[in-house]
Every structure is written in C-alpha cells, then in structure tokens.
Design a protein around this ligand. Structure first.
Ligand code: SF4
Length: 176
C-alpha cells in the first residue's frame, strides 16, 4: 500500500500539541510506515509541499502571515485537521480578544517594557484584530480537541486515516 503524506504546522500555539505528538514515542515507527512526513517543525523543510494527504494545524490564526499560510495549506491539503484547542476554538490566544488590538499592543510593547518602548511596525507579521479558530478562514475536515490532544489520540487518528477510516472522536476527544 502506498504511503500517505503528512504535514504538521505550528501557527499561534505554544508547541504543546507538537510535544504531545512526539509523546507517541516509538510508535513514530508505525507512523512512518504509513506516512512520509513532508513538512513539519520536526523536519527541516522550508516550503509547504504542493500536495499533502493529511495536515495537522496547531494554533490559532492571529496574524496576516497565519492567514496566508492557512489558505495555502488548505489549497494543498486533502484532510486538514484542526490540531488542539487553539486551532479548534482559538483557546489561549483568544484571551486577548476582549481587548482592542491597540490596547494589546500598548500593553505588550509600551506599558510593560523597561526599554525600547516602541510598537514594531516593520519586519513582523501584523496581528489581526483578534485570534481566530482555523475554521474562521478555511474548511476543516477534522477537529481534534485537547490542550493538548493526547499522544494516544493523535496516534489513533493518524492510524485510522491511514487505514482509510474516519476517526470516531465523539467519545475520545475532549476540550482541555
Ligand atoms: S491547544 Fe494547548 S497545548 Fe496546543 S498549542 Fe494551544 S495551548 Fe498549546
């Protein structure tokens, strides 16, 4: 049987979902029997591939750069998974949503800074007015809750997809 291709990406998240992915430990050997990992923070490839079977997207969409990335990923991915609560609901990054963007920037770069009290306006992605869940911008095929989702759950989902089945998550995945 041909292998599937797999990508993972880390947008506005803490990397905890990727750490949980690594917690599958030696079961990674079973994953790489089923998947070629084409793009990920775990492999040093800079360009998102033209075609990917499964992409795990960690994190909320919080900058103009995140929007560009998620739109490109959507075009190039067959099964896009919102990977963890930040991708599913915006979760922790959305804590800033009750404040205006200007207030957030002032708090981060002016009020709490000891030196160089400047809001950067060059060479950095621009923050959106709010942090958004992935589904706000693109269609999502599978929502994988958890902060982070457990290693067992990640392994289950990837193996089910590799076998051509739709993972049953209603009893397995939960928020938090
Ligand atoms: S869902 Fe939790 S573990 Fe995953 S990126 Fe967000 S805060 Fe981190």
């Amino acid at each position: 049987m041909n292998k599937l291709s797999l990508a993972t990406i880390w947008l506005d998240g803490c990397s905890g979902c990727h750490m949980s992915f690594l917690d599958i430990d030696d079961r990674i050997l079973q994953i790489i029997e089923k998947y070629d990992i084409l793009y990920s923070p775990l492999v040093d490839v800079k360009e998102f591939p033209d075609e990917v079977d499964v992409t795990l997207v960690e994190g909320a969409i919080s900058t103009d750069e995140d929007v560009e990335k998620i739109e490109l990923i959507r075009k190039r991915t067959k099964t896009l998974i919102a990977f963890g609560d930040c991708a599913v609901t915006a979760n922790i990054p959305a804590m800033r949503n009750r404040f205006k963007l200007e207030e957030v920037l002032n708090r981060g770069y002016i009020e709490t800074a000891r030196k160089n009290k400047i809001i950067p306006d060059q060479h950095l992605p621009k923050l959106l007015d709010q942090a958004y869940p992935v589904y706000h911008f693109v269609d999502v095929d599978l929502f994988l809750q958890g902060c982070p989702p457990s290693a067992d759950l990640i392994f289950y989902v990837l193996m089910e997809l590799a076998e051509g089945r739709t993972p049953e998550l209603s009893e397995r995945a939960r928020f938090g």
